[in-house]
Design a protein around this ligand. Structure first.
Ligand SMILES: C[S@@+](CC[C@H](N)C(=O)[O-])C[C@H]1O[C@@H](n2cnc3c(N)ncnc32)[C@H](O)[C@@H]1O
Length: 308
């Protein structure tokens, strides 16, 4: 396997089609829907409590084939989607879930050629989505202060892409002290105290560039939002969260699944102002009762713009 390679040279695993070959990542799904992710290697055997499956039985088969283990359990074999891969890969730190990663890529307005920075890298889940979005023409600058997590991330990213992508650079260190790039299109922070990095991010983003903070709690969200406001270098922050409800599909029992992942994180978005620009003061409605007026219903004390 090459140390680094462009997507074209390495034939990224997610772009591979055709018969399975050694080095492919394969996702095996048993009749109960349980998934196992393996990397094909001639002469190796996959062992489960449902019997053994030689990798050689898979090599040469078309993707989407069904193979049978030594105890006759059938397994569906597919190359994994990135969404499945990130949930199956080894973790150091908690990963950003696919529903949030997809939204972050959208909020950051990413596409081929974009220049982006992220911290922390953790297990490398967000890193894979960012690298795929910016493509060979783009560049991802990742920062992680814990070397042991960076090591896990490098292994996961390398496994997913088949080699370490040439468009990726990884710095071990605190982003606030080591972020060196300038004129970036976008920055995503997923860490405990992103407000400590706001000045560094402001120096690195091009005017109009997008910043997204991924936060687990409302107190973190509030602190980040206030830091952005006080600095005066940012557009008014926006906040959101993404809820995803999966569905049970069986005969006439078509309904939402009983269990739902209730909370992952909040997303705060803001854009870098031009140097010296001053954000026009926002007109806000007074809080209910502030001037003795009657309460007019939910939203009457909203801090949303009330230009109507
Ligand atoms: C929740 S994990 C990131 C998970 C990652 N986004 C993913 O999807 O796999 C948070 C990481 O941020 C790192 N971190 C925290 N503060 C940092 C900083 N100021 N600079 C660089 N890394 C930082 C931590 O060491 C940790 O690995």
């Amino acid at each position: 396997m090459p140390d680094t390679a462009s997507a074209q040279e390495q034939g990224l695993s997610w772009r591979r089609r055709g018969a399975f070959r050694p080095g492919d990542i394969v996702q095996l799904t048993d009749p109960r829907g349980r998934m196992h992710t393996i990397t094909l290697e001639a002469g190796t055997v996959f062992h489960t409590h449902r019997g053994q499956l030689p990798h050689d039985d898979l090599i040469g088969l078309p993707e989407g084939s069904v193979v049978t283990s030594s105890n006759t359990t059938p397994y569906l074999a597919l190359r994994p989607l990135l969404d499945d891969f990130v949930l199956s890969m080894p973790r150091g730190a908690q990963v950003i879930y696919p529903k949030d990663a997809a939204r972050i890529v959208g909020l950051l307005n990413l596409g081929p050629g974009a220049r982006v920075a992220e911290a922390g890298v953790g297990s490398g889940a967000m890193t894979c989505s960012l690298l795929r979005s910016v493509g060979d023409e783009g560049r991802l600058y990742s920062y992680e202060r814990r070397p042991e997590f960076a090591e896990i991330a490098v292994a996961n990213v390398t496994r997913w892409f088949g080699a370490r992508p040439a468009s990726w650079s990884l710095t071990i260190g605190d982003l606030a002290e080591t972020l060196a790039e300038t004129d970036l299109d976008a920055v995503i922070l997923d860490m405990l105290a992103p407000w400590e990095c706001v000045d560094a991010v402001a120096r690195s983003l091009a005017p109009g560039g997008v910043f997204v903070g991924y936060l687990a709690t409302t107190t973190q969200m509030s602190r980040l939002v206030e830091t952005l406001r006080v600095s005066g270098e940012w557009t008014e922050p926006r906040a959101e969260e993404t809820m995803m409800r999966t569905w049970h599909l069986e005969g006439l029992a078509v309904r939402p699944d009983h269990r739902m992942n209730g909370h992952t994180g909040f997303l705060v978005t803001s854009r870098r102002l031009a140097p010296g620009a001053v954000l026009p003061a926002r007109r806000r409605r007074p809080a209910p009762g502030a001037y003795g007026e009657d309460y007019t219903g939910p939203g009457s004390g909203s801090t949303e713009a009330a230009e109507d």
